[in-house]
Structures are given as structure tokens and as C-alpha cells.
Design a protein around this ligand. Sequence first.
Ligand code: ZN
Length: 103
Amino acid sequence: MKDFFGFDGMDEAQIRTERAKAREMRKSRWWQQKTASGKCYYCGQAVPFKELTMDHLVPLTRGGRSTRDNLVPSCKICNNEKKNMLPLEWEEYMEMLNLQKSS
Ligand SMILES: [Zn+2]
């Protein structure tokens, strides 16, 4: 899949490798600790462990890797929204969430 902005730093084989790595990390103690609070990284909502998804802060299609600082727990809603949005739209979404949190 070609990225919207024509970024093609990662080929599909690399993306598959990174996805497999992420799956392995999902089983790790590190991930258990990371998700112990049960909160979505983005909206801060408490989510049952089963419903927390593992999200790449920088998507693989944009050159992000399956590293500890690039993986965050996300609720399904945020995860879906993020996938469907352009980076700019996503920033607006995050701003909206921040406003809701502070009000
Ligand atoms: Zn969320």
C-alpha cells in the first residue's frame, strides 16, 4: 500500500516483520506493565484489557518501527479513528480530546 504522501521507506516484507515483532511484544511482560493501568494512551479512557489494542504511534506505513517507545495501548475507537485519518485530522482529534479532558 502506497502512503498518502508517497512515503515508501518500508516495503511490505519489512512491514510484515515489524507486525510480527509487535505481536511478540504483545505477549511480553513489558506490554503487560504498559497496559496495567488499562487506559487508552490517546483518550485516557479505562478500557478492559481484552479491548486494548496495540497501536504504533508512528504507523509502520510511515516508517515507524515496533519499538517500545513507538507502541502504545489504544482503545478500539481511537485505533480506528487514527487509521482512517490523515495526520492533520488526527491532531485535531487529539486537541478535541484534550479539550474534553480539561473541561
Ligand atoms: Zn481511546
